[in-house]
Design a protein around this ligand. Structure first.
Ligand code: COS
Length: 381
């Protein structure tokens, strides 16, 4: 954690306590399947109180409202220790964020306390096989039929797919309105008839990930979030909060790689001295450190602007996510290089980080999408 004026005492205490908890409870060297590991993390983080930061205090949360700095600091700390712990925490927030922002009091009371306690696992279902970056092109249909919407279509790349208890699903309710304005957001229980997990997806840093099919899946109107047609904005507002926390996770992974590289450089002997004595090594370490601090400053600027200045942060969040994830990839790659052959050996910390960081440049809006958002805000202004 950088000592910055962006933080209050609650943030400093949070990092101190979470760091101590991680030292005891979070280790990256897992045996076993990712479903069990992630379920276990959600349960333990719920019991320890960390998931209370993803919901407001009225519904079992720790703070009055979602606090972007707290979310970012928690993700930075968890990602430093283990990408799967970070994943399990982040998805509780992303999967329930739209409920916090737009749920009725009844929906909030039904879902958020269970998210905060770790009793229920949440997921966010926006992407489809033919609409990833172009989210407004989604085609999953939500036809109104009596007191319910009937969902038909396919969602893919859904994190927590297969282990979630409920999904925040974005579907086209206004079938005659193309693009962003025809979309609505729904809460769908995992055991709803007509919702099927049709494929589990394996990726280079494994986590629960699946393709979902909706076939005549009935969802009561009361499970819609916000007004009909508001779904795209709800998705973007949720992503504005959680993309900043992706940047924070990247900072945590990069910090871990730098710490590992420094230790390695000081202990590895070559050419009659240590790796750290070579100026080429020193230059690499200096670049890594500068990139991490730049990323952290941009991340916590975005978080502070949302929490304290209470201004729109779409552009600042995009700058933070773009910079922090791209920088972290470079930092971790440099750490692998400093480790030499060991850097690509299965089980080494930098090898794991190298696999873990890659998806962050893609999910929740690829780097190219972040550039689009930044450029649009410049040109609009
Ligand atoms: N907050 C609130 N509203 C927003 C918003 C935001 N951050 N971003 C866009 N909107 C609104 C716009 O104001 C517009 O509404 P009006 O027509 O009423 O003004 C509407 O949403 C459509 O916006 P826009 O025209 O910018 O939409 P585009 O289809 O051009 O797409 C991008 C915008 C590319 C930024 C969007 O599709 C995106 O973020 N794609 C990546 C999706 C993603 O992250 N997927 C990963 C899923 S989770 S792993």
């Amino acid at each position: 954690m950088l000592e910055l004026p962006f933080f209050d005492d609650i943030h400093r205490d949070l990092v101190r306590d979470l760091t101590a908890w991680c030292a005891e409870h979070v280790h990256g060297d897992h045996d076993g399947d990712v479903d069990t590991i992630c379920r276990d993390y959600v349960r333990r983080m719920g019991a320890a109180g960390w998931l209370r930061y993803v919901v407001p205090s009225e519904y079992g949360g720790a703070l009055d409202a979602l606090d972007s700095r707290a979310l970012c600091l928690i993700r930075e700390t968890l990602a430093y220790h283990d990408g799967l712990a970070d994943f399990a925490f982040a998805m509780q927030g992303l999967g329930s964020g739209a409920i916090t922002l737009h749920g009725t009091p009844e929906i909030k009371a039904a879902y958020l306390p269970k998210v905060a306690s770790g009793e229920w696992i949440a997921a966010f279902a926006l992407s489809e096989p033919d609409s990833g970056s172009d989210a407004a092109a989604l085609t999953t249909a939500a036809r109104l039929d009596g007191g319910a919407y009937v969902l038909d279509g396919c969602k893919t790349w859904i994190s927590n797919g297969g282990i979630a208890d409920f999904y925040t699903v974005f579907a086209r309710s206004e079938l005659d309105i193309p693009g962003a304005k025809g979309i609505s957001a729904f809460i769908v229980l995992a055991d709803a008839p007509g919702l099927h997990i049709v494929e589990r997806i394996e990726v280079i840093a494994p986590h629960p990930l699946a393709t979902l099919h909706f076939e005549g899946c009935r969802v009561p109107i009361s499970q819609r979030l916000g007004d009909a047609g508001m779904g795209f904005k709800i998705a973007m507002q949720t992503l504005d909060i959680f993309r900043a926390s992706v940047a924070a996770a990247a900072v945590g992974m990069a910090r871990r790689a730098l710490d590992a590289a420094v230790m390695r450089a000081k202990s590895r002997r070559m050419f009659g001295e240590t790796l750290a004595d070579l100026q080429m090594t020193q230059a690499a370490l200096a670049d890594m450190s500068a990139q991490i601090d730049a990323s952290a400053l941009l991340t916590y600027r975005a978080a502070w602007l949302r929490d304290v200045a209470r201004v729109s942060t779409t552009r600042e969040v995009a700058i933070a996510k773009l910079t922090a994830t791209e920088n972290a990839q470079r930092v971790i790659d440099a750490a692998v290089q400093l480790f030499g052959g060991l850097g690509v050996k299965r089980g080494e910390i930098v090898e794991r980080l190298y696999r873990e960081i890659r998806a962050l440049r893609i999910y929740e809006g690829a780097s190219e999408v972040q550039k689009l958002i930044i450029a649009r805000s410049l040109l609009k202004g």
